[in-house]
Design a protein around this ligand. Structure first.
Ligand code: GLN
Length: 470
């Protein structure tokens, strides 16, 4: 299978037909439908784009870093004219009238969008078991009884499973890119908050949402990242500051939070340390540190902020402006409740209730505002580490992908607790990558490397060095 760069070269020189490749990957996705990776396969749209591109290539008029490359897109990212639902029944029939900025950029470089990937509804989940009503649960590519991880479940699953050249665009609020990439054995980049435009990304928690990328290895994920990153005037939180050109030192200093590691499953912890020992003789040194505040409060602060912002953001789905609607009957409150009761899944309802409570007058100071203040302390704790170290490393998830039957036995609070390693970096807006470093009981297990704000380039170089060790 060709990686993106070689694929583009072959396409440009006419050795490879874009229409044939697109037809092949669509056929593959169709054949593997029972994995539930796509909430929508955009067959006509993809073939039409491919045919148009092929004509341009023949005329010598097409160029681009992603020329003819198949791209799957998480369902919460808007693609003009393609039903985009964030895997929620409440957005049934919603076809955006515009492209997200990240989509515009990818299209400009010749990417072909093949479909929208299945996810936990609006991003609410860690195991892909919270997809909206009627969407099916994505299955792990290595063991169908296990979880793909969440919430970008379909993106990670298909990236791992496909035998064709393909990249995926995903989204993370609290770990939804890193977690599934670890469970499915692929590489991913979650950028600094504000580094990739959120314009056209359906909100979950606006102060933490980020678009990011996935590929079979870090170079693949980086190819897409470099295309879609950058300032966008349409997003008021987009960063003007250019990326920092921090260089990767010959011996990079990794900090390993021992209080994180204490919470890992024994096998995950062993595999992680085995890998770190190998890294030690290959361009890295490590020091054990501790992140007491992030370990103790990261998950709680994240969930308080996440549900508060989510409950506000979901208020716009009232059965009038977007997607699903019912017969207009009763008062506004009655109508609004009817539509939402019928079309939101259980986890979305839980988060609306929790978030509304946390923002209520009388509770707001005690919960939401306090969480915002705590967030600043958590950022400071990380920043101190980066004054002495290049990166922070730990396993991406404390466990390998669990069986879905075991996930069903967990309480919501237990599930939230599984985000212990991914919430802090997301809450603090820090860029991080997840790469596959180990196999445990025939399942992949990933390493998460977090860098200082805006240091994606350095992070990518380090990830390449680490991948070469495996
Ligand atoms: N598991 C986290 C949550 O449920 C993260 C989700 C995300 O990043 N979209 O909120």
């Amino acid at each position: 299978m060709l990686r993106t760069k070689e694929f583009v070269k072959e396409v440009r020189t006419g050795n490879l037909s874009v229409t044939e490749h697109t037809a092949k990957i669509l056929e593959e996705a169709e054949k593997k439908k029972d994995y539930n990776y796509f909430s929508l396969l955009a067959k006509e749209y993809a073939m039409e784009t491919a045919r148009r591109l092929e004509k341009d290539i023949k005329r010598g008029e097409a160029n681009g870093k992603l020329l003819g490359v198949s791209l799957s897109v998480k369902d919460c990212i808007c693609v003009k004219g393609i039903e985009s639902r964030a895997s929620s029944k409440i957005l049934t029939g919603y076809k955006p009238t515009f492209d997200a900025t990240a989509i515009t950029k990818a299209k400009k470089e010749g990417a072909i969008i093949i479909g929208k990937t299945n996810q936990d509804e609006f991003g609410f989940g860690t195991f892909g078991n919270n997809t909206g009503i009627g969407f099916g649960t994505p299955k792990n590519p290595f063991d169908k009884e296990r979880s793909c991880g969440g919430s970008s479940a379909g993106s990670a699953g298909f990236t791992a499973l496909t035998e064709n050249t393909h990249l995926s665009m995903a989204e993370s609020t609290g770990g939804s890119i890193a977690c599934p990439s670890s469970f499915c054995g692929v590489a991913s980049i979650t950028p600094t908050y504000g580094r990739i435009s959120r314009y056209g990304l359906m909100d979950y928690a606006s102060s933490m949402d980020k678009i990011g990328t996935m590929g079979k290895n870090i170079e693949e994920a980086a190819t897409l990242f470099n295309v879609i990153a950058g300032y966008d005037e349409k997003d008021s939180t987009s960063l003007k500051e250019p990326k920092r050109e921090a260089k990767l030192p010959e011996k990079a200093k990794i900090a390993i939070p021992k209080d994180f590691l204490e919470k890992a499953d024994e096998k995950v912890s062993k595999a992680f340390w085995d890998f770190i020992k190998k890294a030690e003789s290959n361009g890295f040194s490590y020091t054990e540190i501790s992140l007491p505040l992030n370990t103790k409060y990261g998950v709680s602060v994240y969930y308080l902020i996440a549900v508060s912002e989510a409950s506000t953001n979901l208020a716009k789905y009232c059965g009038m402006r977007y997607g699903a609607y019912e017969n207009l009957e009763g008062t506004f409150d009655e109508y609004f409740s009817e539509v939402r009761s019928k079309n939101f899944g259980d986890e979305a309802k839980r988060r609306i209730m929790l978030g509304t409570f946390a923002r209520m007058s009388g509770f707001r100071d005690a919960y939401y505002l306090k969480a915002m203040k705590a967030r600043t302390l958590l950022i400071e704790e990380y920043k101190k580490v980066f004054s002495k170290h290049d990166f922070i490393a730990h396993p991406t998830m404390p466990i390998i992908s669990p069986k879905m039957s075991d996930v069903e036995k967990l309480s919501p609070a237990e599930i939230y607790g599984m985000d212990l390693y991914t919430c802090p970096a997301n809450l603090t807006g820090l860029p991080h990558i997840s790469i596959n470093t180990s196999e445990i009981d025939s399942m992949p297990s990933g390493l998460m490397l977090t860098g200082n704000h805006l240091e994606e380039t350095k992070l990518i170089e380090a990830a390449k060095r680490l991948e070469a060790i495996k």
